[in-house]
Write a new protein. Sequence first.
Length: 165
Amino acid sequence: MTPGSLIVGLDDRTSRIEMIGGGQWTVPVGPVGLVENELERANRPAPEQLTNALGVVTDHLDDVIRESPLVLAAPAIAFVGPHAIALAHVELGATSIPPGYELERSDADEVFRTLVAEPRDERLHNPGLDPTHVDTIVGTCCVVLAVMRRLDLSAVAIMSEAGIA
């Protein structure tokens, strides 16, 4: 990745943002935390819960942008970690990700709309979704989509942390 690019590591309760050649930030929001606090472990989250979850991520991202407006000009963004990989698996309907994979915003929106409409039992049947992520995948979608929307991104890379060079 080139200087100025962002790497967003999705941990359970935090998201680590690192700018290549620049700053590092940790925001107190991750997929598990969103499910526990904003989505209240709902079988199917209500629209207002989803709006709140997206808003919490956006608010924390705005704090990062205030500290470093260069975040808005990032030439590329990659999401890393098991939660990000789980989202790619669902979008692809497979358990592997091809090298150079990018998640298009329209695809992320479609996966989000599909998953939030399904009760937990139905989500379990999505091709590529590991059962260990069935309870957090909606939270993952919220984090990824909030970042994509706030930074007006048409696509983001998704990769393992080992794939970053």
